[in-house]
Design a protein around this ligand. Structure first.
Ligand SMILES: [Fe+2]
Length: 382
């Protein structure tokens, strides 16, 4: 395995443990974490505890036309950042934090402006939200405005709601030691499910239970990662495509006795993609799923990917770290960011989140023009 390839699944994906399944002579049709916790739980949102339905199988995804609502947005953001709200930047180029806005109550105009704001700031944390308290179907109806719901091929979901991707870790000391036994760090940069033909765009992750300290999520600005490259390298990257693969994630799930709801796919995407709303260009490679560069020999492909992934991973000057708090919803644009969970607590506290993952357009690129290097990096005003 080439050195740049991270563990196949992201650190955010939880799959069943094989040993648990082997205790039972017959494979359970549905595995439920609530059963494993003895039928009662300390989880704040038991309705969101993961289940895996072994009978659930889906056909391959069909292409669809994505209409990005950010294109329709009033750039004043007046229907989103209404009176009494407050927005603060986390860093100059990536990340903002908003208070005084209730996402679930937004008008269509407000939702359009949300898509635009998130495209501009890359990741935005909204505090004091009610999304987790709504019936799950209402949360899905809200997220469905932004694109077709993605159903993850291997992750747990609330029973009856496969469109919700769950992140769940009961971090007892044994599990923490085990996790880091073969790794120096839990950092695992990835953009979500980029192996799909139409990977996600505006993506929602909301907290259900969080450690008091620890379990933050880090984000990297892939537009700024692109902007930092020299004109010569930028020009060379244009026209190249990379292979993104879901095969390793599916294999990992099967090895651990987990589910594969849909046959894994590989897709080729441009190395530099253009955002349909902002027109910004972003590096579109990630350690989780990008395997090789089309048309290059293996050593060349490995060397170029290693350089790009190291550049992205060490760019703390174009990264942001979001600290979770109860009732926080984090929204990011998966087209122009990568992220990593940070597994750094061993207190036994539960970390439990739900993701709503609207898919977006098939990644596309626009040609390199020398004029794009004549002005400094674009930093959004908001
Ligand atoms: Fe992720």
């Amino acid at each position: 395995m080439a050195p740049y390839i991270a563990e196949a699944p992201s650190a955010e994906i939880v799959v069943p443990v094989k040993a648990d399944l082997e205790k039972s002579a017959t494979k359970p049709k549905i595995r439920r974490v609530i059963d494993e916790e003895g039928g009662k739980t300390t989880a704040s949102y038991p309705n969101y505890l993961p289940t895996w339905d072994y009978g659930e199988k889906y056909p391959e995804l069909e292409p669809f036309t994505h209409v990005d609502h950010g294109k329709d947005a009033d750039s004043s953001l007046k229907d989103l950042l209404t009176e009494g709200s407050k927005i603060q930047k986390l860093t100059p180029t990536i990340g903002s934090e908003v208070t005084g806005v209730q996402l679930s109550k937004l008008t269509p105009e407000g939702k359009d402006q949300l898509a635009l704001l998130v495209a501009q700031r890359k990741v935005v944390a909204f505090r004091d939200q009610d999304l987790a308290d709504l019936p799950i179907q209402e949360a899905l109806d809200f997220g469905g405005y932004f694109g077709r719901h993605h159903i993850h091929p291997t992750s747990g979901s609330p029973e009856g709601f496969p469109e919700v991707h769950l992140v769940h870790r009961n971090n007892n000391a044994w599990e923490f030691d085990n996790y880091l036994a073969a790794k120096n760090s839990s950092v695992s940069w990835h953009s979500d499910v980029t192996y799909e033909a139409q990977p996600p765009g505006t993506t929602f992750l909301y907290i259900l239970d969080t450690p008091e300290v620890g379990g933050d999520t880090a984000f990297v600005n892939q537009v700024e990662a692109y902007n930092r490259l020299s004109p010569a390298v930028k020009e060379r990257l244009h026209g190249l495509k990379a292979v993104h693969s879901g095969v390793e994630q599916a294999d990992f799930s099967l090895q651990r006795g987990g589910v594969v709801r849909r046959e894994p796919v590989k897709n080729e995407h441009p190395l530099v993609r253009t955002h349909p709303v902002t027109g910004e260009k972003a590096l579109f490679v990630n350690a989780g799923f990008t395997r090789s560069i089309v048309g290059l020999k293996k050593e060349e492909s490995d060397a170029l990917l290693s350089f790009l992934l190291a550049h992205i991973g060490r760019g703390i000057d174009f990264q942001a770290r979001v600290r979770w708090a109860p009732k926080t919803v984090v929204v990011w644009d998966n087209r122009v960011t990568a992220h990593s969970a940070i597994i750094d607590w061993a207190t036994g506290e539960r970390r439990h989140l739900a993701r709503i993952t609207p898919q977006a357009e098939r990644p596309f690129e626009t040609p390199y023009t020398p004029t794009e290097d004549e002005s400094p990096s674009w930093i959004p005003a908001i």
